[in-house]
Design a protein around this ligand. Structure first.
Ligand code: ADP
Ligand code: ZN
Ligand code: ZN
Length: 816
């Protein structure tokens, strides 16, 4: 008797045993995929993790349907790592498998297939079966697996489909097929030769007989006298009413020069490439120190202030590892940042750089997967967000985790709720690889590990090119309101500084942390605030659509004209979000172009990239945004950063609120003054004396660190305690309440560690499900393995209590 042990792409804890023939036993290897029947009639793509001869005791092993691979597509490193993720983060191995693989690898009976658009298909290259599927898709936009089973009149169809995906004929329907190319804005400038008065008269003389071209040149001078900004071709043609052919001839004559702001960055790096990379003395020193640390430590923290040139240090380090033929993984907190970084890395490493992007289509993801699997040159350096961690690396030398403090590295929902930085350290260990963590504002956990000697520590306190750190001015809102120096949410100080920056052609970033501060409608008469009928939150007012919307479930209603409680018509908006700031800006600066970056404006595909691009292209003068602005973006023309209100971050009910406020304010401030000129930051606050604000102003990371660390020790939080958060959900309020009580009592009886709760979270109902949370705090010195085993046992017995079985329990290990 012969068997395979497989993982199914379902939320199941266990592996399953299927029976195979002796021939299959000889053929099948660990890491290959096979199609297996599961449940009544479904077929799934399972992953082989073992071939063996032990008959299962509890059930009769079914036969597999077919083998899908000729050689393994998943390697041993991955399988081990995935099991570690499942066990450490207390989730099903099936959840890890499903997250790790591109969905094109996971065909199942429910999958919908469509034809790839805008692709020429050479029909003669298709086999008969392939052609039959292709032909069917000419009549029907999508096909189910069952349809294909019928068309081909056979059960085993996954391999044909897989082939067609590889041949780029088919795609899975669920996925997006759009690709994003940054838009290049064309700018012109006058050839330096004509920049003097004599030059100008010479030029006008020269264009005596070309009326249109003469007009265009004069218009150029007029615009450039008023605006200190680069002049786009579009702007020039609009103001002269002349077509772009006029501009084109002027370019051909060498009078105008054409350039693109985005492209300039690439050219700039290209120059370095020829000469070899030149690190500054400070960077060079940091680079050698990292190497020294790596002699004795596997993980090193690079703590470098914003704009200290960490990326260049990474590049130098990457170079060293790829020379040794090692693979390098570069993790970013946010996929939207990859475009910027990819350009920078490709300038040095050419086509050795691959990007693993959840917004890429499946074929591209499969391609990157295969390149990594084959240890191909084309994917020696992989850039990606957290899921790139699951690629089939076999020869990793280095993992860089940039902006390691970012909370987006922790997956919140769904399982696996893993922290990519921590999982990266474990992965690197199995490859004998090194990990470099980079940040200007390291997480407390990481700095603690660096300080205690577990990690190496390298510090850079200067910005690259001796650019000065920005000055930080505090504006006392209490005083400003008292002295009537406020216009809406803007102090006179902030308005003056914005005016000045705009007059110099410089750009401005305004930061408005929206969390807990969205505008709501309030009745002046009775104080009633409209709430979501399904969630325990107030509805947010959206002026643009004149709607009230729930940010948790998407419920919306028209903005009421009178109070639903007392019928009064005196309603007012309270609180302010990015949208309101934007509206006030339009009133204050009618001539400025204003952009907004928040969850609403970046929701669409590539929404984030589009806004970043137009800001870089200088189509936007003032960018208003939420915390998305704080994520390591590099703009070179921003001279002013305004923080609209520092207080609402500080008073967020979360043990990390102070650490995060420090990080956010420091990171946003770091966007100011990245070129020659010293930047300026204005923080508006009711609490200019607050220690965190003081520490941000003095750039005193260590002061913040010590103080917060002390608090964490006293109140039993990381890095001294590990947190396991349990979230319970049910539609029946009383059942949930009882179940939560039961669970917390049993936990307390069986575990000698602090347990908080059960408590009602600030938002205690979402989509009609009530919520209770509990926090188990495990002292660092306790065995995490043993403790989690106990928790699991208790959760298992919770499930056996009939009346609580329907309560959903979500486990979040290392809650962030
Ligand atoms: P950080 O990531 O530390 O905030 P960056 O790596 O973005 O800083 O560097 C800040 C700026 O300095 C970038 O515009 C970068 O191109 C430039 N820079 C850094 N190091 C060098 C170098 N060695 N040569 C030329 N330019 C550099
Ligand atoms: Zn009312
Ligand atoms: Zn809702």
């Amino acid at each position: 008797m012969h068997f395979v042990e497989v993982i199914l792409p379902l939320s199941l804890e266990k592996t399953f045993t299927y029976s195979i023939s002796e021939a299959e036993f000889q053929y099948i290897q660990k890491g290959m995929r096979i199609a297996v029947p599961f449940g009544k009639s479904k077929v799934y793509t399972a992953l082989v993790v073992e071939v063996h001869q032990n008959q299962p005791i509890l059930y009769e092993a079914k036969e597999i349907q077919e083998i899908l691979d000729e050689k393994p597509v998943v390697n041993e490193f991955q399988i081990n790592h995935w099991f570690w993720v499942a066990s450490y983060y207390m989730c099903a191995i099936g959840d890890v498998y499903r997250t790790a693989m591109p969905s094109a690898f996971l065909l199942e009976s429910e999958t919908l297939i469509t034809q790839k658009q805008e692709i020429f298909i050479n029909e003669s290259q298709l086999t008969d079966e392939e052609f039959m599927i292709y032909e069917a898709l000419q009549k029907q936009s999508s096909l189910k697996i069952q349809d294909i089973v019928a068309i081909l009149n056979k059960k085993k169809v996954f391999p044909v489909i897989q082939k067609l995906i590889t041949k780029n004929v088919l795609v899975l329907q669920e996925e997006m097929q759009e690709n994003y190319k940054p838009k290049l804005v064309r700018y012109i400038r006058l050839n330096a030769h004509y920049n003097s008065n004599e030059g100008l008269s010479e030029l006008l003389e020269q264009l005596k007989n070309a009326k249109k071209q003469r007009e265009a040149v004069l218009a150029y001078f007029q615009i450039s006298a008023v605006e200190k900004k680069p002049i786009s071709v579009k702007k020039l043609t609009e103001s002269t009413n002349s077509g772009s052919t006029v501009v084109k001839s002027l370019v051909e004559k060498g009078i105008f020069e054409e350039y693109h702001i985005q492209e300039d960055r690439i050219n700039f790096s290209g120059k370095i490439n020829e000469a070899g990379m030149v690190l500054s003395e400070v960077q060079q020193k940091a680079f050698s120190e990292i190497n020294t640390q790596f002699l004795s430590k596997d993980v090193c923290l690079l703590h470098g202030v914003t704009s200290s040139g960490k990326t260049e240090i990474y590049i130098q380090l990457i170079e060293q590892y790829i020379k040794e033929q090692k693979q390098v993984l570069y993790l970013l907190p946010e996929i939207a940042l990859t475009t910027q970084l990819t350009e920078r890395l490709q300038a040095y490493f050419g086509n050795k750089v691959a990007v693993f992007h959840s917004k890429y289509n499946n074929n591209e993801r499969v391609e990157v997967w295969n390149n990594v699997l084959n240890n191909s040159d084309k994917a020696q350096i992989v850039i990606g967000a957290r899921s790139a961690l699951f690629l089939p690396f076999s020869n990793l030398g280095l993992i860089i985790v940039d902006e390691e403090h970012e909370q987006t590295f922790k997956q919140q929902d769904p399982a696996p709720r893993y922290h990519a930085r921590d999982a990266a350290i474990v992965l690197a260990h199995s490859h004998n690889a090194k990990v470099l963590l980079g940040s200007a504002t390291p997480s407390l956990e990481t700095f603690f590990n660096a300080e205690s000697g577990k990690y190496g520590l390298v510090t850079v306190t200067e910005r690259y090119g001796n650019v000065m750190m920005p000055t930080i001015d505090l504006v006392d809102l209490k005083d400003k309101y008292f002295r009537k120096r406020m216009t809406g949410h803007f102090s006179d100080t902030l308005i003056e500084s914005i005016t000045e920056a705009l007059s110099l052609g410089e750009q401005v970033i305004l930061f408005q942390n929206r969390r807990g501060y969205s505008p709501v409608i309030e009745c002046i008469t009775c104080g009633h605030v409209p709430h979501c009928p399904q969630c325990d939150v107030s509805l947010t007012y959206h002026k643009h659509k004149n709607q009230l919307r729930c940010h948790y479930c998407g419920y919306s209603m028209a903005n009421p004209t009178n109070c639903h409680q007392c019928n009064s018509v005196e309603l007012t908006t309270k609180g302010f979000g990015t949208e309101q700031i934007q509206l006030e800006l339009i009133e204050l600066f009618p001539n400025a172009k204003i952009g907004r970056m928040d969850q609403d404006t970046t929701r669409g595909k590539f929404g984030f990239e589009k806004i970043i691009d137009s800001f870089k292209n200088r189509e936007i003068d003032i960018l208003v945004g939420t915390q998305m602005l704080a994520k390591g973006l590099d703009f070179d023309n921003v001279s002013l950063v305004g923080i609209m209100n520092a207080d609402n971050m500080l008073y967020h009910p979360d043990f990390r609120a102070f650490e995060r406020s420090y990080q956010m304010m420091t990171q946003v401030s770091g966007r100011a003054g990245r070129s020659e000129k010293q930047g300026k930051v204005i923080i508006q606050t009711y609490n200019p004396e607050h220690t965190i604000i003081r520490q941000v102003t003095n750039n005193d990371y260590e002061g913040m660190y010590r103080e917060q660390l002390h608090e964490r020790m006293i109140y039993k939080y990381p890095p001294y305690f590990r947190l396991v958060k349990l979230t319970l959900k049910h539609r029946d309020f009383n059942k949930l309440k009882d179940g939560a009580m039961w669970l917390s009592e049993v936990l307390r009886q069986n575990m000698n560690v602090p347990i908080l709760g059960p408590e009602e979270p600030p938002i205690s109902r979402i989509r009609n499900e009530y919520i209770r949370t509990m926090m188990v705090k495990i002292p660092k010195e306790n065995s995490i393995l043993g403790t989690k085993k106990t928790i699991q046992k208790i959760l298992n017995s919770f499930e056996t209590v009939a009346q609580y079985r329907s309560i959903k329990v979500i486990v979040n290990v290392d809650f962030y």
